[in-house]
Design a protein around this ligand. Sequence first.
Ligand SMILES: [Zn+2]
Length: 233
Amino acid sequence: MEFYDLHTHQIFLEENDDPYHSCIFDVYPLEFEVAKDSYHRHAFSCGIHPWYSEDSDTQMAYLNEIASNPRIVAIGETGLDKLKGPSFEVQIPVFKKHIELSEKLGKPVIIHCVKAWEELIQIRKETKPTRPWIIHGYRGKPELTRRLLHEGFLFSIGDQINVDSMQLIPVDALFCETDEDEMSIREVYRQTSQAVNMDIEEFADCVAANIRRIFPTVHPPKPFYPKEVEEES
Ligand SMILES: [Zn+2]
């Protein structure tokens, strides 16, 4: 099976990095130049986190310059956070600039959203995006999940999980991620596959198909077969 990590901030240097995963590595615009030469196996997402959206003109100008680079496969993480960061007067225009860029370049958006679901849904209705919007670290309750599904959002699941919501999300709308968490990507797949009542191989095949559909340029990782890997080591 193949383990794709939709959203992470943590990758070891390639000599000691786990070969059995392929990541979308989240970097700031000004970090991309160095990161792209240090990491060859992984793809990138690039954007301005809502926490740091104040005075972000330089990062934004640079993002506009580099975002067409084929190694950047998604715009973000971007989004809205009611608990942390500047006011929505600052956050919303910065988020909307990411949306414009996503539409212009035909690249999906990776979204961070904390307690701002009404605003997020409103902005989606207003901007009518044609590109996929993936909510990362999703752990919302079933009622919210139904609404977001109705609006066409996709979901990336990390270590914290709302099992009741997982029953509602079709598997073709799911991804897995490690973000800044300690849980390994294999463990996230194991936990998420249990929550959707699938065996891990079957679940990983579905997520891999989602990646190929939405991120066709992401390199496949070395496939992981637990028995063979144990024999190797
Ligand atoms: Zn993140």
